[in-house]
Design a protein around this ligand. Structure first.
Ligand code: ZN
Length: 86
């Protein structure tokens, strides 16, 4: 999977901006299994560190994506041949 992070001048008004309007600041290509594992572990660490209530207090606009995290975990464990520790 190819990952690209772009910087936009004003994130509060740039949600609909085409990618080409943002400055490319980082890119990488990684196997799907590795990316899914990294996202899963990072999201779990955020939840462990802040809790779902703490996450909402910090993020304010959105609750912690519990259902999405569990769906990712299910798909990752079922479809990826991941040898890393979970
Ligand atoms: Zn994994």
């Amino acid at each position: 999977m190819r990952i690209a992070i772009r910087r936009f001048p004003d994130m509060s008004t740039s949600f609909d901006a085409p990618d080409g309007k943002g400055a490319l600041v980082w890119t990488s290509t990684r196997p799907r299994t590795l990316l899914a594992h990294a996202v899963l572990m990072a999201a779990e660490k955020v939840r462990q560190t802040h809790g779902e209530d703490g996450y909402l207090q910090k993020w304010q606009l959105h609750a912690f994506p519990t259902a999405e995290l569990e769906a990712l975990r299910h798909l990752h464990l079922a479809a990826d041949d991941c040898a890393l520790q979970h």
